[in-house]
Design a protein around this ligand. Structure first.
Ligand SMILES: NC(=O)c1ccc[n+]([C@@H]2O[C@H](COP(=O)([O-])OP(=O)(O)OC[C@H]3O[C@@H](n4cnc5c(N)ncnc54)[C@H](OP(=O)(O)O)[C@@H]3O)[C@@H](O)[C@H]2O)c1
Length: 248
C-alpha cells in the first residue's frame, strides 16, 4: 500500500483525494491548515492544523511514514510549500508541487503587476479610488493606511487584521459567475481590481467582468517555488507522478 500525504486547502487537493480514493494500492491522507471556519473537507483521511514549521512536519513524517508528498496548497501559501520541501528533503521523501497554471492577460485586459501586497498598496493610489480587493482575508492590513480610497473587500471569513477605514466587507465563496461579478463591480462603481495570480477557473470571472467594464487589474505575482521543486499543473499530472513512483 502506497501512502500519500496531500497538503491541501484547494479544489485541486480535494479532487486529488477523491481520485486517489478509487486507485487500488494507494492510501491518501489530506492535511488542512484549519484556517477556514467551515472547510470543504476532502474525501478520505483528513488531519487539520499546522505541523509546527519544517521541524514539526519532519517529525510528523517520522511518526506517520508516507511514500510521497503532493503539495497541492494554494500558490500563495509559500510558507507551507517551503516547509514541505525542507522536511521532505530531510526525510528523503519524494515531493511534487501541484500548481495550477497562472492567469495571463488577455486582449482587452489592462494589468499592472505587483511583487507582493506591500508593493500593491504602494501602486494602488495611482490606479483608482474605488477598489475591489479579492486577496482573501489574510493580508488585508497591507491596505489599512490607504485612507483616500474606498474598498469592497471580499473574503470567505472576516479578516482578523486592520482594514482600510473606508471599506465594505462582502463574505462569499466562489465560484462566481461573470454576470454577477459584472453587476457587483458596476453597483459599487469599482474602478480598479486587486487580486493575486491564483489561476484556475473558480475565481477568474472577475477578470472577465473587469475587461467588460474597462477596469484595470492590479495583479499580485506568485511567490517563487523552492529551488529544484518538481511540479505538475493538474490533478492528472499528480496521479501520473504517483503512478510512476509506485511502479518503481
Ligand atoms: N494564501 C492564500 O491566498 C490561500 C488561498 C486559498 C487557500 N489557501 C489555503 O489555506 C491554507 C493556509 O494558507 P496560508 O497562505 O496561510 O499558508 P502559509 O502561509 O504557507 O502557511 C502558514 C502556516 O500554516 C500551516 N499550514 C498551511 N497549509 C497547511 C496545510 N495544508 N496543512 C497543515 N498546515 C498548514 C503551516 O503551519 P505550521 O508551520 O505550524 O506547520 C504553515 O507554516 C493553505 O493550506 C492553503 O492551501 C491559501
Amino acid at each position: 500500500m502506497a501512502r500519500i500525504l496531500i497538503l491541501g486547502g484547494t479544489g485541486e487537493a480535494r479532487a486529488l483525494a477523491a481520485a486517489l480514493a478509487d486507485v487500488p494500492g494507494v492510501e491518501a491522507v489530506s492535511s488542512l491548515a484549519g484556517r477556514v471556519r467551515d472547510p470543504r473537507l476532502p474525501v478520505g483521511d483528513v488531519r487539520i492544523g499546522g505541523f509546527g514549521g519544517a521541524d514539526g512536519l519532519a517529525e510528523w513524517l517520522r511518526a506517520h511514514p508516507v511514500d510521497a508528498i503532493v503539495d497541492a496548497t494554494h500558490p500563495f501559501a509559500a510558507q507551507i510549500t517551503s516547509n514541505a520541501a525542507d522536511a521532505a528533503h530531510r526525510r528523503g521523501i519524494p515531493l511534487v508541487v501541484l500548481r495550477r497554471p497562472e492567469w495571463s492577460p488577455r486582449p482587452g485586459e489592462h494589468w499592472h503587476g505587483a511583487s507582493d501586497l506591500a508593493d500593491a498598496a504602494e501602486l494602488l493610489p495611482d490606479l483608482g479610488t474605488r477598489v475591489f480587493l479579492t486577496i482573501g482575508r489574510q493580508g488585508v492590513d497591507a491596505f489599512a493606511d490607504l485612507q483616500a480610497l474606498w474598498f469592497l473587500i471580499r473574503a470567505i471569513d472576516p479578516p482578523d487584521v486592520a482594514m482600510p477605514p473606508h471599506s465594505t466587507l462582502l463574505l462569499a465563496r466562489g465560484p462566481f459567475a461573470v454576470a454577477d461579478e459584472t453587476a457587483l463591480m458596476r453597483e459599487h462603481r469599482i474602478d480598479v481590481l486587486v487580486t493575486k495570480n491564483s489561476g484556475g477557473g473558480q475565481t477568474d470571472a472577475k477578470l472577465d467582468a473587469a475587461r467588460a467594464l474597462g477596469v484595470p487589474v492590479l495583479m499580485i505575482r506568485r511567490p517563487p517555488l523552492p529551488p529544484a521543486t518538481a511540479t505538475v499543473d493538474d490533478v492528472a499530472g499528480a496521479i501520473a507522478w504517483i503512478g510512476a513512483l509506485t511502479r518503481r
